[in-house]
Design a protein. Structure first.
Length: 129
């Protein structure tokens, strides 16, 4: 768990923790093709504006309450807007025994790589905010 207070994720996480593998959007897409779960941990308004069509949404602060809903028998690929929040979630999941990856650059990199982004309500074209 990241301590409360000020500081970016990478500045407050202990160096003794196992680093979480970072993957590119292309590598994430490959993992999804082999059965991995894409876990989007952004806030509701970010999700509604635009997300990967195959993603599952659990707001970062709700992850501890939804651990039973996140499968532990497959790789979990975490994503947020740029990678900080999802990195913190990936660290927590790894500590609970999950096989996890973090998308380097998050949804901004996903969108820039040309992968689809859909909106929450209707699945139409979305945008990353």
């Amino acid at each position: 768990m990241v301590p409360s207070g000020r500081g970016r994720y990478r500045e407050v996480v202990s160096d003794t923790q196992t680093p979480i593998p970072e993957v590119t959007p292309d590598e994430a897409e490959e993992l999804l093709g082999t059965g991995a779960l894409l876990l989007d941990v952004r806030e509701d308004d970010e999700w509604d504006a635009g997300h990967a069509p195959q993603a599952v949404h659990v707001v970062m602060g709700s992850v501890p309450d939804h651990m039973d809903d996140i499968p532990s028998d497959r790789t979990v690929v975490c994503i947020c807007r740029v990678g900080g929040r999802s990195g913190a979630v990936a660290t927590a999941l790894a500590g609970a025994g999950y096989d996890v990856r973090n998308v380097d650059g998050g949804m901004l990199a996903w969108e820039a790589a040309g992968y689809p982004v859909v909106d929450g309500p209707g699945g139409g074209p979305g945008r990353v905010i």
